[in-house]
Design a protein around this ligand. Structure first.
Ligand code: DGL
Length: 356
């Protein structure tokens, strides 16, 4: 009798230990790292080379192996989607990456996704994914300003923080995030504001939160439509139209605008000074291009945070133009590219620019 009781007790203890161990193993979120290249995968010749290096050299498995502490915050696996410097990203790269992210997000064994990326176009990729991937799961884009071979390289902590955020339940439903330099920024708002400092990324309206030693501290939410509330779905997009940016300063001429349309652009983002101002010398050409069905979208190249108002100095209603709201030219290009997959109507385009 006593022997049976002891046996049952021993079995109960062993089962409890196994279950708790399994439970512990299961409490770690599954995070997939999609690597695309950039400085975070860069390599310099010497530890003093913090700005002179080759981007897109280190493979994802080596990035993961270089940070054993990742296993403390998540069960991590990597995929090498591309190995390029991000200034070379194309619409085709965005489609491929977006479709892979969407497919992974639908998998029950994936709790969060991290994308390692070059800093130059991090803001474009993050905004694109924010617009077209329908998931509540955290999607975190991460980069670095210094290669991993440099003294005080920032990529290691950035990647650790990104994986930690991607595995966090409290990061769900916040839209695509960019984690850099302890900050959690919205993929919609953030831009590369300084190209030579570790504190490179800024959102004109501030970060969403901070991540410190693997813990998230949230301050605000993104009010614009994104991910689950977006009307755009990467699974229904197989091609992206050509949208170009024309930079305008004093003495601007219409040569760039005309040649960009001649090359096939369906819309031109006017990167104007101030409130997206348009020189009088440009107006006739823009009216002609609009009459040929090309959309003109006024953005601004002011760098601390633009805000283009409709019908302020420019008669947008009269010319049938669109304003890019607070989006910088490169973000406006992303939104126009996605929006034109759904509509060519000016009023609809303007609604989309107010809402996203
Ligand atoms: N080559 C640029 C890029 O890949 C800069 C490298 C980086 O900062 O990630 O975006």
């Amino acid at each position: 009798m006593l022997k049976n009781t002891v046996t049952r007790w021993a079995l109960a203890v062993v089962s409890a230990v196994i279950l708790s161990g399994t439970a512990m193993a299961q409490t770690k979120p599954n995070v997939v790292i999609l690597a695309t290249g950039g400085t975070i995968a860069g390599a310099g010749a010497d530890v003093t080379n913090s700005a002179t290096y080759q981007a897109a050299k280190v493979p994802v498995d080596k990035l993961i192996a270089g940070i054993p502490q990742l296993s403390n915050v998540a069960a991590v696996r990597g995929e090498q989607v591309f190995q390029i410097a991000s200034e070379s990203f194309t619409n085709a790269n965005l489609l491929t990456l977006g479709k892979r992210v969407a497919a992974l997000a639908k998998q029950s064994d994936v709790d969060g996704i991290v994308i390692t990326h070059g800093t130059d176009t991090t803001e474009e990729t993050a905004y694109f994914l924010n617009l077209v991937v329908h998931t509540e799961k955290p999607i975190v884009v991460v980069a670095s300003m210094r290669p991993g071979t440099a003294m005080s390289a920032d990529g290691t902590l950035n990647l650790y923080s990104a994986v930690s955020v991607a595995g966090s339940k409290d990061a769900r439903g916040k839209g695509v995030l960019v984690v850099m330099n302890d900050e959690i920024n919205s993929g919609r708002d953030v831009t590369k504001a300084i190209n030579i400092k570790v504190e490179a990324f800024k959102s004109p309206w501030g970060p969403l939160g901070l991540v410190v030693e693997g813990k998230n501290y949230w301050f605000r939410k993104l009010d614009k439509r994104h991910t689950m509330t977006s009307e755009f779905d990467i699974e229904k997009i197989d091609a992206l139209p050509q949208v170009e940016i024309a930079y305008a300063a004093g003495s601007v001429t219409d040569v760039a605008y005309r040649s960009l349309v001649a090359s096939g652009a369906k819309a031109i983002i006017h990167a104007g000074p101030g409130n997206g101002s348009v020189s009088g010398t440009l107006v006739p050409a823009l009216q002609e291009l609009r009459s040929k069905g090309v959309h003109i979208i006024r953005s601004t190249h002011v760098n601390a945070g633009g805000f283009v108002l409709r019908n302020a100095e420019q008669p947008d209603d009269k010319y049938d133009w669109v304003v890019a709201h607070d989006l910088n030219p490169q973000k406006a290009r992303i939104l126009a590219t996605v929006a034109l997959t759904a509509t060519n109507d000016t009023k609809e385009l303007q609604r989309i620019f107010w809402e996203y």
